[in-house]
Design a binder for this molecule. Structure first.
Ligand code: AMP
Ligand code: ZN
Length: 459
């Protein structure tokens, strides 16, 4: 069997995957900063994580996934203060909206969604541990991580750090640091800002320390997979490694996976800062379906390639989903449990095992559907073959989760269809039509084909 292989940002190679504990994968994903609604770019990364998780599950692993919620940072504090709201009150609607969007997009729920504001003691303990190991210094009441104390720094991002100036997310401006690359882990209280009274003094955590503290709390000091968008590689994930390994002396994460960005139509990264983004709710209001949005973000490009977002992408996704639905309807009502045809299942699985190549897998699936449709049209497909094709569709849908299958009929409908068949056989078309109308009133539409009556639910 082809092993599952995943691209690891650390080695810059596609590597064979094996979890620390056989059969169980522990995975952390950097979640949203809830200062606003998340945009579809954020959800591209979320859907990449959903793909990864479903492929792992399809490979037979149990997956424990933890996704944090960043509910304290500069923008949140500023915006809450502007509205004279406590930060919890300010973030609540965005956290609710985020979970609602996850459900809309059929993202499998994580085991935990820990919030930064609920883990201040864990962060303080971790910072004290770093202090004990000699990785920190205090300046103007803020605590910094001393990069010079961690020689491995830079191993994830492969950056030549000698030339690095302080970046936007490194928090240099208001604080005095020994080295411009050092980053803040505990920020001193500023007038008018929300703060926590702790052993480190009054203040609040830096962004990076929350992920170190929460991931290790829920997944252990060393775990299997850590993911996010490529913008998080540096400095966020580099800093997480420094903090976690600096404190524990153990390897933090085995596999780092990063998704490329969703780009706006103009070609630049979709971002809240550039105000060129669309939210899931805006797209729904424009009439796009949740399934089309999910399909577009999931299959539009391999996760390590940028994806350009456009109405055309969504329209293509919408028609692809319809083709899958139609195929399911054409296969008809199938009750037997069957195995998918070996060849197409192999091609589908192999593509996914090759660093989650879903676009290739979907290409194979549509080729299969096209060929099978020809057989259906010429009446060559046997009932067993139809059952096998349906099994393949269900297999693919464990990952895609966009197909609406004809549902099993309820006890009321089943006898009516049988009675209508009998009426047609004895050429009692009046009775047959009557039953057709009765079914229609129940939301079931019948189509007579040469293989017998097919039905679909119209509402
Ligand atoms: P944020 O809410 O900004 O903390 O970001 C949440 C997640 O979305 C992170 O994993 C980011 O890397 C990811 N992300 C941000 N912008 C984009 C984008 N345009 N395309 C894909 N992922 C993104
Ligand atoms: Zn994080």
């Amino acid at each position: 069997m082809t092993p599952l292989r995943l691209h690891n940002t650390v080695s810059m190679q596609v590597e064979e995957f094996a979890p620390i504990e056989p059969g169980h994968v522990r995975m952390y994903t950097c979640g949203p900063t809830v200062h606003d609604y998340s945009h579809v770019g954020n959800f591209r990364t979320v859907l990449f994580q959903d793909l990864l998780r479903r492929v792992l599950e399809s490979e037979g692993y149990r997956v424990t996934q933890v996704m944090n919620i960043t509910d304290v940072e500069d923008r949140i504090i500023r915006k809450a203060a502007e509205r004279s709201q406590p930060i919890d009150e300010y973030t609540a609607p965005f956290i609710d909206a985020y979970h609602e969007d996850l459900r809309t997009l059929r993202v499998e729920p994580a085991a935990q969604y820990p919030r930064a504001t609920r883990h201040i003691p864990e962060m303080v303990t971790l910072i004290q541990q770093l202090d004990k190991e000699g990785h920190t210094y205090v300046s103007d009441g803020s605590t910094y991580f001393r990069i010079a104390s961690f020689p491995k720094y830079g191993s994830l991002s492969h950056l030549n750090l000698s030339g690095i100036k302080a970046g936007a997310r490194v928090d240099v401006d208001e604080y005095s640091k020994e080295d411009p690359r050092d980053f803040v882990i505990w920020k001193a209280r500023k007038p008018g800002e929300h703060f926590w009274e702790t052993a480190l003094g009054p203040g609040r955590p830096g962004w990076h320390i929350e992920c170190s503290a929460m991931s290790m709390k829920y997944l252990g000091e060393t775990f299997d997979i850590h993911t996010g968008g490529v913008d998080l590689i540096f400095p966020h994930h580099e800093d997480e490694i420094a903090q976690s390994e600096g404190a524990t002396g153990k390897p933090f994460v085995r596999y780092w996976l990063h998704a490329q960005h969703l780009q706006a139509a103009t070609g630049e990264k979709m971002s809240k800062r550039l105000k060129n983004f669309a939210t899931v709710r805006e797209l729904l209001a424009e009439g796009y379906t949740p399934r089309a949005i999910r399909y577009a973000l999931l299959t539009g490009a391999h996760y390590r390639s940028p994806l350009a977002f456009s109405p055309e992408l969504l329209k293509a996704a919408d028609s692809a989903v319809k083709r899958l639905d139609e195929f399911a309807v054409r296969l008809g009502r199938i009750s037997v449990d069957a195995e998918p045809p070996a060849e197409i299942k192999q091609r589908w699985d192999d593509a996914l095992r090759d660093d989650l190549n879903l676009p290739a897998a979907v290409g194979h699936l549509f080729e299969f559907i096209k060929t099978f449709n020809t057989r259906l049209e010429s009446g060559q497909a046997t009932a067993d073959e139809r059952a096998a094709a349906m099994a393949m569709l269900r297999h693919a849908n464990r990952i895609l989760d966009v197909i609406e299958f004809p549902q099993a009929l309820n006890a009321e409908v089943e006898p009516l269809i049988a009675e209508r068949e009998a009426a047609r056989k004895r050429r009692d078309f009046a009775r047959a039509d009557e039953i057709r109308r009765q079914l229609l009133a129940m939301g079931i539409q019948l189509d007579d084909t040469k293989d017998g009556a097919r039905w679909k639910r119209i509402r």
